[in-house]
Design a binder for this molecule. Structure first.
Ligand code: ZN
Length: 260
C-alpha cells in the first residue's frame, strides 16, 4: 500500500514573481511531489489554492494519508471551512507536514494553538541544519548536518508549544539559531514542521532536503484506525458495562445531551 500524499501549494509567487517563476517553473508543489515520488512507497499528487475547495474535497482527504503544506503570501485566502476539514482529518490520523513560511498558515496555528511567530531575514545566507536526533526516522540517510548555501534566516524564539521531538537545529551565517525540525502529535495525527524552503532559493532541489521530505512522509503516516470522537457520548447507568443504580441528585435529565 503506497502512502497517499497531497502536496498543497499556494501557487502564487510562481506566477507573480519573476525570480520564483524562474526557480520553480513547474511550481513548488510539483517539485516537492517529484521528490516524494522518487520513493516507491509514496504516491504524491498536488493541490493548490486556486482549485475548487483548494483541491481538498472531503472525498479526497478521506483517502489521504499525509498532507504537505507550503504557503506564504495568501494564508488569509484559505477558507476557514477547509481549515476545519483538514484539522478534523489530522485529528482522525492524517499526517501533516508544514514547510517553511507555512508556520503562519491557518492550519498550523490551529493545530498548535500559539502565534507561531519567529524572527526572519532575507539575505541569502548559509544555513546548517544540525541533525540533533540521529536515530530519528526523519534523519535516515543524512550526515551530521545539511548545508544550504543560500536560505532565508528564521531565528528563535519560535513561538510554538514545546515539541515532542526536535530533529534539526539550524545555525545561520548571521549567528541566529532555530529549531528547524519539530514533531507533534495532535489526536491521531503526526505533525512535522520543517523550516527550509524559501521560494527564491533552490532548496527543494537539494538532495538532503528531498530525503527529509520522503522520510517525513513515511514517518507521518498513521498506522492505526482513522478515528475521531466529537460528541461526548453519555452512557446511561443501565448501559454501563456493570449496570449501576443512580445515587444522589444530578444535573442532567436521563438521556439529555451534554454541553459542549
Ligand atoms: Zn521565506
Amino acid at each position: 500500500m503506497t502512502i497517499k500524499t497531497i502536496v498543497w501549494g499556494e501557487n502564487v509567487h510562481e506566477h507573480s514573481n519573476e525570480v520564483v517563476g524562474r526557480m520553480y517553473p513547474n511550481g513548488m508543489h510539483n517539485t516537492i511531489a517529484e521528490a516524494l515520488n522518487e520513493d516507491a512507497r509514496i504516491s504524491a499528487t498536488t493541490a493548490t489554492l486556486q482549485e475548487p475547495e483548494h483541491g481538498l474535497s472531503e472525498a479526497r482527504l478521506a483517502e489521504t494519508d499525509v498532507l504537505i503544506w507550503w504557503g506564504h503570501c495568501a494564508h488569509g485566502d484559505v477558507q476557514d471551512e477547509i481549515v476545519d476539514r483538514v484539522q478534523r482529518r489530522v485529528l482522525e490520523g492524517m499526517g501533516l507536514i508544514v514547510l517553511h513560511s507555512g508556520h503562519f498558515s491557518k492550519i498550523f496555528k490551529r493545530m498548535l494553538g500559539t502565534t507561531c511567530s519567529l524572527k526572519w531575514r532575507e539575505a541569502g545566507e548559509r544555513e546548517r541544519l544540525w541533525v540533533v536526533n540521529p536515530g530519528h526516522p526523519i534523519a535516515l540517510g543524512l550526515g551530521e548536518y545539511i548545508e544550504l548555501e543560500h536560505e532565508e534566516m528564521y531565528g528563535e524564539p519560535f513561538s510554538v508549544p514545546n515539541p515532542d521531538e526536535v530533529v534539526f537545529i539550524s545555525a545561520f551565517e548571521g549567528g541566529e539559531v532555530f529549531r528547524s525540525g519539530l514533531t507533534y502529535k495532535r489526536g491521531n495525527g503526526n505533525i512535522f514542521y520543517f523550516r527550509p524552503g524559501h521560494e527564491t532559493y533552490p532548496t527543494y532541489y537539494n538532495e538532503d532536503v528531498r530525503q527529509v521530505l520522503r522520510n517525513a512522509t513515511v514517518w507521518a503516516k498513521h498506522h492505526g484506525k482513522f478515528w475521531i470522537e466529537e460528541d461526548g457520548p453519555n452512557v446511561p447507568p443501565e448501559k454501563a458495562p456493570n449496570p449501576v443504580t443512580v445515587k444522589g441528585e444530578g444535573l442532567h435529565k436521563p438521556g439529555e445531551k451534554g454541553f459542549k
